[in-house]
Design a protein around this ligand. Structure first.
Ligand code: FE2
Length: 399
């Protein structure tokens, strides 16, 4: 009798909540020390979004509800629940309704401990190299990953039938693999902080307000429909996550916002911009419009307001530039690190006056940041160290 009741209860639970989703990821739209946004996708018509969560060691489960939104008229529903009022630098368990238990960690409210951040770009073109890099990155146990554009290649790939359905399936494939791979060996889900790239929007850079941007639908931002934003780690560290001309122009309101944000956070120890296109590219043309715009409208701000390193991508190669100021190699200038080769076939860099190091190789940057320094290490997808440099806080003398 008891056995029958248990079977009946299990069946009811499956009917009510379905199976564990294959797409489940964590991100932030709020303060990363006190919030976590849980997102997952379903395709069985579920229209409720409920998360139960508890601090490690806590006995009771808290309950949070969010929103469920169809993904552009498709059968996929994007669920989003923002957990708020969390403790900083703390491990939590969570589950969707009463499903499988997962783990996450909030960030510290400042550089109270070394923070490990992975930054890369140009991610999912084919499964094998994407997975290889994911696993290498997860093995480094980063606090989170900033994925700077060309994430799922839902736009711009040569394909006969680029229907909306095909594009949505590209994102679903990306997320299924990401969900599977981006978990540490302790079972902690590594949050994703997305930045927009040219292959995340409709082809062509000329219309900044194209509709049906899937990137906007599958992620969440502090201000809906505005992908450029500031991610602050307490008062110590600022990431300026920028749109290099894909849905917002480099100049104008975004550049004004960037200057205001840099000025308003001058007490921070480190200012790190991250964006897709490169001011100082390895493979694409130096004269490319986006590169010119970034050099004209953003780089002078970086130089004026204490940026030491800037993370850029798109080129499918590895790079470190010399320090640069006013488009000349200058000690104490900004060093540009990149160059967007997470999971794409790597391309051969050109020779340029500004390249200190470059290579045709899959790579990413791991930043380990505390109050004294930012250690920047580049690795390939076999975990071999390609490059290493240290950067001091912006109010200290250059190394
Ligand atoms: Fe790109």
């Amino acid at each position: 009798m008891i056995k029958k009741a248990l079977i009946l209860f299990s069946l009811c639970a499956i009917c009510l909540w379905g199976e564990e989703p294959q797409v489940l990821y964590l991100t932030w739209r709020g303060d990363p020390s006190t919030t976590m946004t849980v997102m997952w996708h379903t395709d069985d018509g579920q229209d409720t979004s409920i998360i139960q969560y508890q601090r490690e060691g806590e006995a009771t489960w808290h309950h949070a509800e969010g929103r469920a939104k169809p993904l552009l008229k498709s059968s996929v529903t994007v669920h989003q629940v923002e957990l708020t009022g969390l403790n900083e630098n703390t491990d939590y368990f969570f589950r969707i309704s009463d499903g499988e238990i997962h783990r996450f960690r909030t960030l510290p409210n400042g550089l109270n401990r070394p923070l490990k951040v992975v930054i890369g770009g140009d991610a999912y073109m084919t499964p094998e190299p994407f997975t290889k890099m994911n696993k290498e990155v997860a093995s480094k146990d980063p606090d989170f990953v900033i994925l700077t554009g060309d994430i799922a290649y839902s736009e711009g790939l040569r394909c006969a039938l680029k229907t909306l359905r095909w594009k949505i399936e590209r994102w679903e494939e990306f997320f299924r693999i990401w969900t599977r791979d981006m978990v540490t060996k302790e079972g902690r889900i590594i949050p994703i902080v997305p930045v927009i790239g040219n292959h995340d929007v409709l082809e062509g850079f000329d219309d900044p307000f194209k509709k049906e941007v899937l990137f906007y639908e599958v992620f969440t931002f502090p201000h809906e429909g505005i992908p450029f934003r500031l991610m602050r780690i307490g008062k110590d560290l600022c990431f300026y996550l920028l749109d290099s001309g894909h849905t917002f122009p480099v100049a104008g309101s975004q550049a004004e916002w960037l200057e205001k944000s840099l000025v308003g956070n001058q007490q921070a120890l480190f200012h790190i911009p991250a964006y897709h296109m490169a001011a100082y590219p390895t493979v694409t043309a130096f004269s490319h419009r986006s590169s010119r715009d970034i050099r004209k409208f953003w780089c002078p701000l970086f130089e004026r307001y204490g940026v030491k390193i800037s993370m850029e991508h798109d080129n499918h190669a590895f790079k470190r530039t010399f320090p640069i100021r006013e488009e000349k190699v200058t000690p104490g200038g900004v060093i540009y690190l990149g160059d967007g080769a997470w999971g794409v076939p790597p391309e051969k860099p050109h020779r340029h006056w500004y390249l200190y190091k470059s290579a045709q190789i899959n790579s990413y940057w791991l930043l380990t940041i505390d109050r004294e320094r930012c250690l920047c290490e580049a690795y390939n997808n076999d975990g071999e160290l390609l490059d290493k440099l240290e950067v001091l806080p912006h109010h200290k003398a250059p190394l």
